[in-house]
Design a protein around this ligand. Structure first.
Ligand code: ZN
Length: 212
């Protein structure tokens, strides 16, 4: 029986440290991945990296409807991500490029990403995984891969978006270790499930295609 795990928040050292390679895919690794799937669902996330549940291992999961040849729900162990197109050097679009992170609760800022990537790695049965991704799925994979290298999307912000993040970070005191939230128990930091009927009403709702 898989268990929903608490999600770590910005300031927790495991989020800001390079995660370690998985040496042996054993029972505890498979259990971790099953727990990450249910945690990701409970948090209404489109992706989740192991450091976000406090485990410094190179594993992440995703769930997204538009994944091309890749499974809609999947995981990867010891991934290698290659950018197949360069990120366009332009001002990020506040709506189209807006990301959110389950470990930076309640906030969203735009960041430029590559539109085309290749992911390789292993599945929990040890079989190899190798596919290309574009669009939002490519963005999700870059966001999760960053997590394994101790980088959060807010660390990639530029200009006014970086300044806005710094102001929010100070006011929310989002720099302390030891803070977590439990999906399905604590209030959802992005308001998922409270406003589904009005998701596209253009109001104060988040504009991202998902948090990861
Ligand atoms: Zn994230």
């Amino acid at each position: 029986m898989a268990t929903i795990r608490p999600i770590t928040v910005y300031g927790e050292p495991v989020l800001h440290t390079r995660a370690a390679e998985v040496e042996v895919i054993d029972h505890s690794v498979r259990e971790l991945i099953e727990d990450m799937y249910v945690t990701q669902d409970a948090a209404h996330g489109v992706g989740l990296a192991a450091p976000q549940v406090g485990v410094g291992l190179r594993i992440f999961t995703w769930t997204y409807p538009d994944t091309g040849d890749a499974p809609n729900v999947g995981h990867v162990i010891n991934p290698v991500l290659t950018l197949l197109s360069k990120p366009v050097q332009a001002d990020p679009d506040p709506d189209a490029d807006a990301e959110g992170c389950l470990s930076v609760p309640g906030l969203g800022f735009p960041v430029i990403r590559s539109s085309h990537v290749r992911l390789t790695g292993q599945r929990m049965d040890g079989s190899p995984l190798d596919f290309e991704a574009t669009g939002w799925f490519a963005r999700i994979l870059q966001h999760e891969y960053d997590h394994l290298n101790g980088t959060l999307y807010v660390n990639r912000l530029e200009g006014k978006w970086a300044r806005r993040w710094k102001r929010s970070q100070r006011s929310l005191r989002m720099n302390q270790p030891g803070v977590t939230w439990l999906p399905g128990v604590d209030p959802d930091p992005f308001g998922h499930g409270e406003d589904d009927a009005h998701e596209h009403d253009g109001g104060d709702h988040d504009h991202t295609e998902g948090h990861a």
